[in-house]
Design a protein around this ligand. Structure first.
Ligand SMILES: [Mn+2]
Length: 353
């Protein structure tokens, strides 16, 4: 989409959005579970848009937890009061919006009997999203934050330093500094946001403090990593920070010969799966759907995706069997099933303080 087309599209959508906001009293913004910087920033931008256009108060909610140290630092910096979905009376809101996720993906906690009025996202359009009154799905965009920035610009709404910092961080983190699935609009957005943002704060957020468990899980992730040809698999077992599997999958993908990574972990009685790839022949979003087929839900982008499988009453042994089965499926899907696994690192605990 050219810049002019994108601008026309956004301004048309903005008019439609204004109509939808007319005479509404309260909006609920639903994020993905365990929200990442893109969903957090997109929500804050939508809140700003809705507050300014129609003076409608907004509540932002999500399931799961904000796990990653960087994301917690971002939430603190924004003085954001994120509410857990379990505390929300959904019937109280006459408008429900979803950003950076869509209904029925399995990665958000909007109850099934509620439907959003607004969905703004950059994940592939889902069939169930088509019936939503207001949608803006731009799969080519590297971040939902970029879409929201276009709305703010189109509505001529000023962007304060906190919002600019959050949006900048969102785009940089979703696109890994424009190296992953970024389009021209993301590059332009970064150009707009850089002079407005607090880059010192951004650096503080990115190097945010992490608890000791972070290093324990990281060590476990490395210790459990096995190379199967060009694919690498690791598992974390029971985790208290669901973002950790994405972090390990990202880290392992940096290995010279690795083109696919998978990391799993168990959180709130669900098996969580993160996939990463740096090749272009198979999409990570297709592979994850194959892995979770009939068992759970999954989705994502060309090069990164995630899925979840409810564990129900499975015993430990059956949980381990499930993980084995998922790993086998993964290796088959990426053509690495015939390789003998090799440990990535052997940690010798010989050095004593
Ligand atoms: Mn995103």
């Amino acid at each position: 989409m050219s810049k002019k087309n994108a601008e026309d599209k956004t301004s048309g959508k903005l008019d439609k959005l204004k109509q939808l906001l007319h005479r509404k009293a309260a909006m609920l913004i639903v994020l993905q579970d365990n929200p990442d910087p893109d969903s957090i920033a997109a929500a804050v931008a939508l809140r700003k848009l809705v507050n300014t256009l129609a003076k409608i108060p907004c509540t932002i909610t999500h399931g799961g937890t904000v796990g990653r140290g960087e994301n917690r630092a971002l939430v603190r910096y924004l003085s954001l009061n994120l509410r857990p979905c379990s505390e929300i009376d959904f019937a109280k809101f006459d408008l429900i919006a979803m950003v950076d996720t869509q209904p029925g993906t399995g990665n958000n906690s909007l109850p099934e009997d509620y439907q959003p009025d607004i969905v703004i996202d950059h994940h592939p359009l889902r069939k169930t999203t088509r019936i939503i009154p207001f949608t803006d799905i731009r799969q080519k965009y590297g971040a939902t934050a970029t879409i929201l920035l276009e709305y703010l610009t189109s509505a001529e709404i000023g962007i304060d330093v906190r919002l600019a910092t959050a949006l900048l961080y969102a785009i940089r983190s979703d696109t890994q500094d424009l190296g992953r699935e970024a389009c021209k609009a993301d590059i332009e957005a970064i150009g707009t946001l850089f002079p407005l943002a607090n880059c010192r704060m951004l650096s503080i957020i990115q190097r945010g403090a992490v608890p000791k468990t972070y290093f324990r899980m990281l060590a476990e992730g490395l210790n459990n990593a096995y190379c199967h040809g060009h694919a690498m698999i690791s598992r974390l077992g029971e985790i208290d920070n669901p973002d950790m599997i994405a972090e390990v999958a990202d880290l392992l993908l940096r290995e010279d010969n690795t083109v696919w990574t998978m990391c799993t972990g168990i959180y709130e009685n669900k098996l969580l799966i993160s996939l990463r790839t740096n090749q272009e022949t198979r999409k990570a979003s297709d592979v994850i759907r194959k892995l979770v087929a009939r068992r759970g839900t999954g989705g994502g982008h060309d090069t990164y995706s995630g899925g979840q499988i409810p564990l129900g009453k499975r015993s430990r042994t059956r949980q381990a069997k499930l993980i084995e089965a998922i790993q086998d499926k993964f290796l088959k899907a990426v053509g690495m099933a015939s390789h003998t696994p090799e440990r990535l690192v052997t940690i010798k605990y010989s050095t004593q303080p």
